[in-house]
Write a protein that binds this ligand. Sequence first.
Ligand code: ACO
Length: 328
Amino acid sequence: MMRPSSSQRIYARLIGSGSFLPGNPVSNDDLVARGIETSHEWIFGRTGIRYRHFAAAEETSSRMAKIAADRALAMAGFEAAELDLIIVATSTPDYVFPSVACLLQGALGNKKAAAFDVQAVCSGFIHALAIAEKFIASGSHRRALVVGAEVFSRILDWQDRATCVLFGDGAGAVVLEAAETPGVLATALHADGSQAGILSVPGQVREGRIWGDPFLRMEGQSVFKNAVRVLAAVAEECCQAAGISCQAVDWLIPHQANIRIIDATSKKMGLPPEKVVVTVERHGNTSAASVPLALDEAIRDGRIQKGQRVLIEGVGGGFTWGAALFEF
Ligand code: ACO
């Protein structure tokens, strides 16, 4: 166990990433062909989404998480057995319990790590990463796997065209390791439970059946306004905590929900579009998986270089939001 001395900070360093998208891309026109009363022009014009991926019946959050995790571990260069912390961010777990993290741990063959899920909807990965960073910084844990995995297609109402065209499935993972050099520099997390009703799946499992509504419901315009308001503010808060200006960030990776939210946020932060990683066009909104999917893409294609500062941020149901700034 590495214990911090008063002069030495323990950083959580990101040393591996991986991701997985199920099946083939499904275009907006494919949705029209499936009978949804919509158009490519409406979806692309309002959201920037062209494609999303949908999991097959046997593809669960834990199975997709396993593929993303294997890829992240391969990049990190160590075995799953060496992990001492596994956190999965998901709102679409395989079961009520056990957690996706425990199912993933079993599939990875790790028998000692702490493993649990975090549920903060689309900002879940930011919450999970911030928790892992605190565990590592405290000296109690050294090697953490942090995953965002979702099958939102399972909770979409295909009769509700205002929501079913927005979401997709996938998983992304990162490996964090204790280090003397940065590392995660700062994190910021928030929630406002008074806004719980604007984005929810209000059904309950009770007495052997589902009571209430098991589908995702969203007040789109309220979500849009809240998202733009909080994302720029939490980015500023996180950068301030690290002692840098938002303009000093090399890459912004925001939650991939809507290109108009992403553009408004980066504009408020004074960041040019070239510094923003955007995957919403090809992935749709994959909730907690969206940030690690985009992060993995930008690491693997060489955009994110060693030593650069990356700001990731998310916003989602709850209402929850947060940001994390790290040096790669
Ligand atoms: N195709 C065609 N027409 C549609 C569709 C569709 N898929 N969906 C809705 N419409 C129609 C509506 O029926 C309405 O028609 P009307 O004017 O005849 O009544 C019209 O389009 C406008 O509907 P609005 O809901 O007012 O559309 P709006 O401009 O608000 O755009 C949208 C909707 C895209 C959902 C927008 O509100 C938005 O992006 N909100 C943020 C959503 C988001 O990012 N959510 C995720 C963040 S948190 C998380 O990730 C879980």
